[in-house]
Design a protein. Structure first.
Length: 172
C-alpha cells in the first residue's frame, strides 16, 4: 500500500508499510521510500510519546496533534506531518491554515533557558529559536522553514512538557 505525506512541506511517498503487534501501541513496520528501505519497531509510551528503534538506534519521539497535522519532534527537531492525499482533497486551491502556520514545540520535559527571537522577527530555516535545558543538557530548537514569528508562548525559566507549543511561525 502507498501512503503520501507532507513532511515539513516536502511530499514523501511511503510504500509497503507492514504492521505487526496490536497496530496501535506497539509493532514492527517496514518502509520503502524510493530506493531506500528500513525497518523499525515502535512502542507508544503515551498519547504524546513513542519509542522508535531503527538501525540499532533508539529514538524518543514526541507527538502533538493539531487537527489533521501531527508534529513529531525527534532530537529537538520538529517534523510537521500531514496526510498529503487528504490535503489535496480538502484544499480549495488557496493557502489554508495548514499551509501557512506552524509551531515549534518542546521535545521533552525541560526548562526554557533562552528565547532567541521575538514576535514579528523573520526567521530562516534552521535558525535557533528557543533553548531548553533537560537533565543538564541544552537543546536549541530550530525553525523548520522560513517565516515570521507570530507568537511566543513561554518565558525564560518556564518548565515545559513535551509537545507544549513554544513558538508559532507563519510561513511566507
Amino acid at each position: 500500500m502507498e501512503y503520501n505525506f507532507m513532511v515539513n512541506q516536502e511530499k514523501l511517498s511511503v510504500q509497503s508499510v507492514i504492521s505487526k503487534g496490536d497496530g496501535i501501541s506497539e509493532g514492527h513496520i517496514q518502509i520503502q521510500m524510493g530506493n531506500r528501505s528500513c525497518e523499525a519497531e515502535f512502542v507508544n509510551v503515551s498519547d504524546h510519546q513513542v519509542l522508535i528503534h531503527v538501525d540499532g538506534k533508539i529514538f524518543n519521539a514526541y507527538v502533538s496533534h493539531h487537527g489533521n497535522t501531527k508534529t513529531v519532534v525527534l532530537r529537538g527537531r520538529p517534523y510537521e506531518i500531514t496526510d498529503a492525499d487528504l490535503m489535496e482533497e480538502t484544499s480549495p486551491g488557496k493557502k489554508s491554515f495548514l499551509n501557512t502556520a506552524s509551531v515549534v514545540v518542546s521535545p521533552m520535559p525541560a526548562v526554557v533557558i533562552g528565547i532567541l527571537v521575538k514576535i514579528g522577527d523573520r526567521v530562516e530555516k534552521g535558525q535557533g529559536l528557543v533553548i531548553v535545558s533537560a537533565m543538564k543538557m541544552e537543546t536549541t530548537l530550530f525553525a523548520p522553514f522560513e517565516g515570521r514569528v507570530s507568537g511566543i508562548h513561554a518565558d525564560i525559566g518556564d518548565k515545559v512538557m513535551p509537545a507544549r507549543i513554544l513558538v508559532d511561525i507563519e510561513k511566507d
